[in-house]
Design a protein around this ligand. Structure first.
Ligand code: GLN
Length: 196
């Protein structure tokens, strides 16, 4: 199992460490040709969505990345990664990759003081630590989207097909629950190669 981690900006190393702990091979995606490497899944890390998207444009990676995601390459977006996948970003005329039917609110908890840690339930069963750093939340989801976690009534984790997003940062905790969930998604996809 090999998972590529977008490494243009932000917290990609922490994701790689989590995957390594789970025995998964990873590589860093830094330029267009890295997107051609064989991978069973892809992580879009936290960071600054505007900066990451600008670099994706500069390196001509947007179309190829979108094409991989719409062909059901499993993708896990954390925080800025969630914003990158959202079809709509509240208050912005156009969003970024727009592959997932969610409306996200950027810096929804405020810019600086809005960083906090709490415990929540993921996927109706696992109690995990949620670390929020200038996080977005999800204001609205399309009908094919499953809500996987909420905090104070706000949606903070969701899945649509092979796209998984969290507003928080599991890679900044010692809890492997959510990375395990994503690796299982990648395995499910790998075992169903006929899925278009
Ligand atoms: N506020 C950041 C953004 O707009 C996201 C913060 C994060 O990824 N920790 O992209």
């Amino acid at each position: 199992m090999t998972i590529g981690v977008l490494a243009l900006q932000g917290g990609f190393i922490e994701h790689q460490l989590m995957l390594k702990t789970l025995g998964v091979d990873t590589f860093e995606i830094r330029q267009y040709k890295d997107l051609d490497k064989p991978m069973d899944g892809l992580i879009l890390p936290g960071g600054e969505s505007t900066v990451i998207y600008k670099l994706l444009i500069d390196f001509n990676m947007v179309d190829k990345l979108k094409q991989l995601i719409v062909s059901n390459l499993p993708v896990f977006g954390t925080c800025a990664g969630l914003l990158l996948l959202a079809k709509v970003v509240h208050g912005y005329q156009t969003a970024y990759l727009q592959t997932m039917a969610i409306t996200a609110k950027k810096n929804a908890y405020g810019r600086q003081t809005g960083s906090f840690k709490t415990k929540g339930i993921f996927n109706q069963k696992d109690a995990v630590d949620f670390v929020f750093i200038r996080a977005p939340y999800i204001e609205d989801v399309g009908k094919n989207v499953d809500v996987l976690a909420t905090v104070d009534g706000k949606i903070v984790a969701a899945r649509q097909g092979f796209q998984l997003v969290t507003a928080f940062h599991p890679e900044l905790t010692h809890d492997l629950t959510i990375h395990k969930y994503f690796v299982a998604m990648c395995m499910e996809r790998k075992n169903n190669p006929s899925l278009k």
